[in-house]
Design a protein around this ligand. Structure first.
Ligand code: PEP
Ligand code: MN
Length: 265
C-alpha cells in the first residue's frame, strides 16, 4: 500500500491541499459559455461548498462541427471569475503552445482523456511546476495510465493527480463505464491523489450521485463534477450536467460518507 502524497494548489485566496485528510470537490460547467453562465455556476457551487472551479476553454470534441470552446476569447472571463470568487481554477490544456497563456490563471492543468497519450504535451507540462490532473484515456489500461504519469514526473513535475473518468466498454446505456476497480487499484499502488469524474464516467446526471458515493467508498480524494445553471442550454455534455439543486443534493449526500472515512469535506 502506497502512501498518498498531497498536492498543493495555489489560488487567488488560500491554497488548497489535495490528498489525505481533505476531500476536494471540483465543480463547474463542462465549458465556459458566457459571463452570466460562468459567474452564476461559480458563485453557486462555491456557496454549496465546492473547493475548486472547473471549466473548459479548449474543448476536444469528437465532432469538429460541435462547439470547440471559447478559446482565447474565454481568457478574460476565466480571469475575472477566478479573481471574483478566489477559487482555484481547473481547465484543460490541449496543446503545449497554450502553456504560457494559461499558466497565469489556470491553477491546475487538466490533461483530458483524448490527450493522455500525447507524450509531447505531458513532457512539456512536466517541465513546469503547475499541478496537473491526468485523466485516464477511455481506452487506457491502468498500466498505460500510470506510465503516462512518468512522462510528466521525468521533467521534474510531481504535482500530479489522477482522475478516473470511465472507460469504453460494450455497454451503451451509459456513455462510459466508470471503473471503480481503478480507483482502489491506483490508490493502493501509486502515491498520487485520485479524483473521480462521475459526470463523464456515466454521461447521465441521474447516476452522478450514486457513482460519487461508490467512488468515495473506494477511496478517492475528490470529485470532478459538471454542473450547469440550465443544462438544457449547455453547449457541451448537457445530459450529464447536474442542475444547481442536484449539486446541492450531491454535497449533502456525500457528507455521511466522508464522516465515516474521516476526511474533511
Ligand atoms: C471534460 O472534463 O470536460 C472532458 C472533456 O473530459 P474527458 O477528457 O475525460 O472526456
Ligand atoms: Mn465535459
Amino acid at each position: 500500500m502506497q502512501q498518498t502524497r498531497t498536492v498543493n494548489i495555489s489560488t487567488p485566496n488560500k491554497d488548497i491541499v489535495l490528498g489525505p485528510g481533505n476531500f476536494t470537490v471540483i465543480a463547474g460547467p463542462c465549458s465556459l459559455e458566457n459571463e452570466e453562465q460562468f459567474r452564476t455556476i461559480a458563485s453557486e457551487v462555491q456557496k454549496m461548498g465546492a473547493s475548486a472551479l472547473r471549466g473548459g476553454i479548449y474543448k476536444l470534441r469528437t465532432n469538429p462541427e460541435a462547439f470547440q470552446g471559447l478559446g482565447t476569447d474565454g481568457y478574460a472571463l476565466a480571469k475575472k471569475i477566478r479573481q471574483e470568487t478566489g477559487m482555484a481554477f481547473v481547465s484543460e490544456i490541449t496543446d503545449p503552445r497554450q502553456i504560457s497563456d494559461l499558466y497565469e490563471f489556470v491553477d491546475v492543468f487538466q490533461v483530458g482523456s483524448r490527450n493522455m497519450y500525447n507524450y509531447e504535451l505531458l513532457k512539456e507540462i512536466g517541465r513546469t511546476k503547475k499541478p496537473v490532473m491526468l485523466k485516464r484515456s477511455f481506452s487506457a489500461t491502468i498500466d498505460e495510465w500510470i506510465l503516462a504519469t512518468e512522462y510528466i514526473a521525468q521533467g521534474g513535475n510531481e504535482n500530479i493527480m489522477l482522475c478516473e473518468r470511465g472507460i469504453r466498454t460494450f455497454e451503451r446505456k451509459t456513455r462510459n463505464t466508470f471503473d471503480i476497480n481503478a480507483i482502489a487499484y491506483v490508490k493502493a499502488r501509486t502515491n498520487f491523489p485520485v479524483l473521480a469524474d462521475p459526470s463523464h464516467g456515466t454521461g447521465r446526471a441521474d447516476l452522478v450521485i450514486p457513482v460519487s458515493l461508490a467512488a468515495i467508498a473506494a477511496g478517492c480524494d475528490g470529485l470532478l463534477v459538471e454542473v450547469h445553471n440550465d443544462p438544457s442550454l449547455a453547449k457541451s455534455d448537457a445530459e450529464q450536467a447536474l442542475t444547481l439543486d442536484a449539486f446541492s443534493e450531491l454535497m449533502r449526500a456525500i457528507q455521511p460518507y466522508l464522516k465515516i472515512r474521516g476526511s474533511v469535506g
